[in-house]
Write a protein that binds this ligand. Structure first.
Ligand SMILES: Nc1ncnc2c1ncn2[C@@H]1O[C@H](COP(=O)(O)OP(=O)(O)OP(=O)(O)O)[C@@H](O)[C@H]1O
Length: 281
């Protein structure tokens, strides 16, 4: 039986009692239910009343002009926002297929289930092997054989194993940018997340590395839920099943339109969507 899960109610901004992510334990099959998400930095509200259901095991692209709040929505989903001083997120997020009891109030488990890939590759200044081992040990894994198996599987999943298996003790920083980004993806995958948040993961990559990441995104979405922030309409066309367009309206980011990628590209309803998507390649 599906168990409904939402974040535990918790302050997201030190000292602010009314800044809470409420826990809504509604039954919602097979999607991430984002309800009335608002994000502020200090006194500046940057996202208001963002509600969206993100289907499970598919790619959903968040699009919109710079500064409309896409990344702010993304970091609300795994509560990375908690680490940003002055950032306050209200509203609710529930993962319909995850275990409420396991994740309630446990940020480590939440971030294990909801991995993240950033705009710029950010490997730790350790060896390739240790980048992945570190993530596993942080999450309490101790058995050497299991650690080795998981590292190999993750590197194979991102197509890096054949490229690095003979130099696992070399510094991760010696890899190319594209390899580093795939290593960072492996670092998320090694924890076997069911959701991966990607914030413009190809913006620092060349076209060949970009293509590799896009192919990975498509493959990963067969059994994981991908939320992808991208400025590339071509990329959205190539990989997204669903899309949502945000726009800064009266100074704050809001959802303008959502739908399947095909529907949004073929017959956008909102004038802003029509304007924005006309630049699609
Ligand atoms: N740590 C922060 N402190 C203060 N303001 C922030 C912070 N992060 C983002 N903002 C502000 O929040 C607003 C939304 O930023 P956000 O990065 O979420 O937008 P975005 O749509 O992802 O932009 P881009 O496409 O350029 O990455 C912007 O006005 C930005 O300046």
């Amino acid at each position: 039986m599906n168990q409904s899960m939402a974040w535990a109610t918790a302050p997201t901004s030190a000292g602010s009692d009314d800044c809470t992510l409420s826990c809504t334990c509604t039954e919602a099959g097979g999607h991430i239910a984002i309800e009335n998400l608002s994000v502020s930095y200090g006194s500046q509200k940057v996202v208001e009343d963002f509600s969206l259901h993100i289907p499970r095991n598919a790619v959903t692209a968040l699009l919109g002009p710079s500064g409309c709040g896409k990344s702010s929505v993304l970091i609300g989903l795994n509560r990375l926002c908690d680490l940003i001083p002055g950032c306050c997120v209200t509203g609710s997020v529930s993962f319909s297929w995850l275990d409420n009891e396991r994740l309630r109030g446990d940020l480590i488990q939440l971030r294990r289930q909801v991995g993240m890939l950033f705009q710029r590759p950010n490997p730790f200044p350790f060896s390739i092997w240790r980048n992945l081992e570190f993530a596993l040990k942080q999450h309490g894994l101790k058995a050497k054989v299991e650690i080795a198996d998981r590292i190999e599987a993750a590197l194979k999943e991102v197509g890096l194993w054949d490229e690095v298996s003979d130099r696992l003790n070399d510094s991760a920083l010696a890899l190319s940018g594209g390899q580093q980004q795939r290593l960072c993806l492996a670092r998320a995958l090694v924890l076997d997340p069911s959701v991966i948040l990607m914030d413009e993961p190809c913006s620092a990559l060349d076209p060949i590395s970009t293509q590799k990441i896009e192919q990975l995104v498509l493959r990963l979405a067969e059994k994981r839920t991908i939320v992808l922030v991208t400025h590339s309409l071509g990329q959205a066309q190539r990989v997204a099943d669903h899309m949502a367009l945000l726009w800064k309206l009266e100074g704050v980011g809001k959802l303008v339109e959502r739908g399947t990628a095909r529907q949004m590209f073929d017959s956008p309803k909102h004038q802003l969507t029509q304007t924005y998507l006309q630049f699609a390649a």
